[in-house]
Design a protein around this ligand. Structure first.
Ligand code: ZN
Length: 423
């Protein structure tokens, strides 16, 4: 018996060889080439890490390639998996009726018609859902996101809006994170400060967040980030500052929703406190963009939520770029704007917001990693996480040219080939 076991063990491949792709977009800048385009190389992976990128003859000299499973990538283009750094992918129920009615009617008309709307509608449906239901519906969305090339997803709470249900949402994040090799990696964000729940005084809810929720989230190790939605009708600057400082004190990293519908000073606060990211930025002034750039705060931009809500003032990416801000692109998939494809996000970033294709890819990979304070992914280089997407397109630019199409034919997640469902 032991001989059989040993023979089985000797047949086990020690890693994966991504052989002979037409091009690798490493997203490691080389001179003026932001996305590190190169040809004539293959990628060697061991465990969950990339260990070498080189020509086949050089790889053969240094490694016994027969010990590696081989994936023939001839004619394909390889890029780092997308890092979607802003999502509300866990939620209960559906707001499709609200969205469909908003094509032709105002928000007030939709509410008058008795259609539950907005964050409070999602709160009610999320509170009713069991953790298992939330897991199944979020995993369904995440599988399609993975099939479209996304290998790391930030996931926020924020539809529970009380201790029990915020913790429930974060526990769903933990369950999703546990489904390794089947779903993208999950980065969990506590967003108890997404909106005020009905029937609770504002000051009481802020106290509940600071005194009960943050300590419980940290005690149970349920989140990496704390986020606050600063806007008119939501959290004001003083409330946000108190929540963020309490979260930072407790050991959470910080990001905010800022300037989406009004400039209340959220971005200035982000610069002052040196947050990891400030997200949305529709009404951010040029002076404040400069302060964000100087403070190293990543600007997370979500062109498809602006499209989905037909935003009256889409963000000004050109001004952010000239201020020297580092940018990330994200879907903001949520009950009010359902976007699973980072490729579609790149297409809008290029056509609507003047990103070059290279800038869009960089913001969707390296930018996303920076917005999540992750330094082990977002690019293709030895030592980094082996999360790689494989595109079947003649040239890289086809990814921003073929609107609404999916270029991904294969995914490597955690160093293992994932049979992507073509979405
Ligand atoms: Zn959001």
């Amino acid at each position: 018996m032991s001989g059989v076991v040993q023979q089985g063990a000797s047949l086990k491949k020690q890693g994966l060889l991504l052989k002979n792709p037409a091009e690798i977009l490493t997203c490691v800048p080389v001179g003026s080439d932001l996305i590190g385009r190169n040809t004539g190389r293959s990628i060697l992976i061991e465990g969950s890490k990339i260990i070498a990128i080189d020509s086949l003859p050089v790889l053969s000299e240094n490694f016994n390639l027969s010990g590696f499973e081989m994936l023939d990538c001839t004619g394909k283009i390889l890029a780092p998996g997308f890092i979607d750094s802003h999502t509300h992918v866990v939620f209960g129920g559906s707001r499709v009726k609200e969205y469909a009615m908003r094509m032709t009617r105002t928000a007030d008309e939709v509410r008058a018609a008795g259609i539950p709307s907005g964050i409070t509608a999602s709160m009610a449906m999320t509170r009713l859902a069991s953790p298992e239901e939330l897991y199944i519906t979020a995993a369904d969305r995440l599988r399609r996101m993975l099939a479209h090339g996304t290998t790391t997803v930030e996931s926020k709470s924020g539809y529970g809006l009380n201790l029990e249900n915020e913790l429930k949402m974060l526990q769903v994040n933990r369950m999703l994170a546990g489904a390794k090799d089947q779903l993208p990696h999950i980065v969990s964000t506590f967003l108890g400060a997404h909106a005020f729940p009905p029937d609770v005084e504002e000051q009481d809810y802020v106290s509940e967040i600071i005194e009960e929720m943050i300590p419980a989230v940290v005690e149970m190790n349920l989140a990496t980030f704390c986020d606050v939605y600063i806007d008119e009708g939501f959290f004001n600057l003083d409330q946000a500052r108190r929540i963020l400082l309490a979260a930072s004190e407790a050991g959470l990293l910080l990001k905010i929703h800022a300037d989406q519908y009004a400039a209340l000073g959220g971005s200035e606060l982000a610069a002052e406190l040196g947050l990891v990211s400030a997200d949305h930025l529709n009404y951010t002034t040029k002076d404040t963009m400069q302060r964000l750039a100087d403070a190293g705060v990543i600007g997370v931009l979500m062109p498809l939520i602006d499209f989905a809500v037909r935003h009256p003032q889409p963000f000004d990416a050109a001004a952010m770029r000239s201020a020297g801000m580092q940018l990330a692109l994200a879907t903001d998939i949520c009950p009010g704007g359902w976007t699973e494809s980072m490729q579609l996000v790149m297409q809008f970033a290029c056509r609507v917001h003047g990103f070059s294709p290279e800038e869009a890819l960089y913001a969707a990979t390296v930018g996303g990693a920076k917005a999540l304070a992750l330094d082990d992914r977002g690019a293709i280089a030895p030592g980094l996480q082996a999360d790689i997407q494989i595109w079947d397109v003649p040239v890289f630019e086809d990814v921003i040219y073929r609107l609404g199409s999916n270029a991904v034919v294969d995914i490597v997640l955690n160093g293992r080939r994932f049979d992507a469902v073509r979405g």
